[in-house]
Write a protein that binds this ligand. Structure first.
Ligand SMILES: *Cc1c(COP(=O)(O)O)cnc(C)c1O
Length: 355
């Protein structure tokens, strides 16, 4: 088998999805599955759709196009403020987009009219994380301007927390979103289908709240794929955290000093590496590098210790493990490791099918 490779266990993804649909479904919250961290992988997308997902969301139109062309039968939602340079393709390939700028929604409207289709929009409200969103006091004016636009259907409002600055989801912020939904529905005499409260960072709020209000949708990536909520990075009970495994290969194994010798300057990345002298140790080189993965997101499955690395070498202390040259070494992944590995064209993606 080729290395480095990410083994993708579809059964575990399916099982995580089922558990999350069950957990959130108990309070009538629907789930959009967010595929950006897996780069819109088509095999995974098919499992999501088969598992009951009706809307797949992604921040990159290229991923949505790929899934569309592969025949993935789902509605597609484009996350993040849309690019003006992509308007026509967005209307063509995405059924829904998350928006904050009137000028962009006007362009989506013009394009939808030309293409003879309806494009659905969700307006994002800023709740303090300071990435995308209109300030709460400006949302009604935006709704006023969006409602008359032809070819555009306002289907909901949403917010996003815990991303850019890690601001946490709390009852006050969710109440704000719920109340805005109520106000908009009342003032404009419309029904909003989706009140989309956030992402995998909403889990703790959801598990402890007595009042979900009008929140009826979440957009989940990390908790489906890695089984974790994203505030304390804790495992969600019964979910798998190892649906994805990195497998690398030992290319050198020798006993060498633990302390580098010679006159020292910066390393490949201009950093000064400081190491402690613990005598002669066994050292192994694994064939994977910073070009492929954020090292800090790797957790070795065995007893080994990561020493550091460069563009395409990862150095480990094999400790007591019985590695030889050519042995495979496996790692669990966090979000940033998974994101980088799925994005690297040098890393094979090996699907482990559902039995
Ligand atoms: C990435 C993203 C999500 C999903 O976040 P996870 O932490 O992976 O659940 C949801 N909404 C928006 C707007 C996003 O950009």
């Amino acid at each position: 088998m080729p290395t480095p490779r990410v083994e993708i266990n579809l059964s575990k993804i399916k099982s995580n999805l089922r558990a999350l649909l069950d957990i959130y479904g108990k309070k009538s919250i629907s789930i959009c599955a967010v595929t950006k961290v897996v780069c819109g992988n088509v095999d995974i997308a098919r499992v999501l759709v088969k598992g009951g997902i009706k809307i797949i969301a992604d921040s990159r139109l290229n991923n949505i196009k790929k899934m569309h062309h592969a025949g993935v039968r789902s509605k597609f939602m484009l996350l993040g403020p849309p690019k003006v340079s992509e308007i026509d393709s967005i209307v063509r390939y995405a059924h829904i987009s998350l928006n904050t700028e009137l000028s962009v929604i006007q362009k989506l409207s013009a394009s939808a009219l030309v293409q003879g289709v309806e494009h659905q929009v969700i307006l994002m409200i800023e709740c303090g994380d300071l990435r995308e969103g209109v300030l709460p006091e400006n949302i009604e004016l935006l709704v006023t301007n969006v409602l008359p636009l032809k070819g555009i259907k306002l289907v909901g409002i949403g917010t996003n927390l815990g991303c850019f600055s890690g601001v946490q989801v709390d009852q006050k912020k969710m109440d704000l979103l719920s109340n805005k939904a109520l106000e908009i529905e009342k003032k404009f005499g419309i029904q909003l289908q989706l009140i989309s409260g956030g992402n995998s960072a909403n889990y703790n709020w959801f598990s402890s709240t007595k009042e979900i209000g009008k929140i009826n949708n979440l957009r989940l990536g990390e908790s489906i794929f890695l089984g974790r909520e994203t505030v304390g990075n804790k495992r969600i009970p019964t979910l798998f955290i190892d649906a994805f495994t990195l497998v690398t290969e030992v290319t050198e194994l020798k006993s060498k000093p633990s302390l580098p010798y010679g006159k020292k300057g910066g390393n490949t990345f201009g950093k000064l590496v400081i190491l402690k002298d613990i005598g002669i140790i066994k050292r192994a080189i694994l064939s994977i590098g910073q070009q492929d993965v954020h090292f800090s997101g790797l957790s070795p499955k065995g007893q080994i210790k990561i020493l550091g690395g460069s563009s395409d070498h990862l150095l480990i202390d094999p400790k007591q493990s019985k590695l030889t040259v050519g042995s495979e070494v496996r790692f669990n992944l966090n979000y940033s490791a998974l994101l980088s590995l799925m994005t690297s064209p040098y890393v094979h993606k090996t699907i482990i099918p559902i039995k």
